[in-house]
Design a protein around this ligand. Structure first.
Ligand SMILES: *[C@@H]1O[C@H](CO)[C@@H](O)[C@H](O)[C@H]1NC(C)=O
Ligand SMILES: *[C@@H]1O[C@H](CO)[C@@H](O)[C@H](O)[C@H]1NC(C)=O
Ligand SMILES: *[C@@H]1O[C@H](CO)[C@@H](O)[C@H](O)[C@H]1NC(C)=O
Length: 126
């Protein structure tokens, strides 16, 4: 009983010492964590495609039952009917070869202004 009273006193003191702003931001943080559903939630086989537009969705387009970002999806690059070939990467909705694409050299959107892209490096002569 004495312990419970002591704890209650400590809790009350801590509560009084905490600035209200900190309490608010902490509860917002907890609310965000709680509101983020698992990836399985964004299943547009049974739900309407609009589920892909909800916060936390992996992408805004429903392709074959999955919410995807067609800007970067290997399987659905640019649109739901376009799958990149083996060795390619989807950069901004285009399937590219990072090893020799002068606009996506080594990584998406890495440009080689005046040189060729070889082996994923600008101007590498090999
Ligand atoms: C669509 O998804 C089904 C089930 O995952 C799969 O079997 C099928 O190959 C997919 N079709 C296309 C065009 O990706
Ligand atoms: C994608 O493929 C489906 C099935 O083959 C076809 O009905 C649809 O018109 C195609 N869409 C585009 C954008 O090519
Ligand atoms: C890049 O390499 C691939 C595979 O060797 C080839 O098919 C493609 O034409 C090349 N692209 C350029 C821009 O050289």
């Amino acid at each position: 009983m004495a312990l419970a009273l002591a704890l209650a006193t400590v809790t009350a003191a801590a509560g009084a010492a905490t600035p209200p702003a900190a309490v608010v931001s902490r509860s917002r943080f907890l609310a965000n964590v709680k509101l983020s559903p698992p990836l399985s939630y964004y299943d547009c086989t049974k739900k309407p495609p609009s589920v892909c537009l909800e916060p936390g969705s992996p992408g805004t387009t429903c392709c074959n039952g999955t919410c995807v970002d067609t800007a970067s999806s290997f399987a659905y690059c640019g649109n739901c009917n376009k799958t990149c070939k083996f060795g390619q990467t989807c950069c901004g909705g285009h399937c590219v070869d990072l090893l020799n694409d002068s606009n996506n050299c080594g990584d998406c959107f890495v440009q080689c202004p005046k040189t060729k892209c070889n082996f994923g490096l600008c101007g590498y002569a090999g």
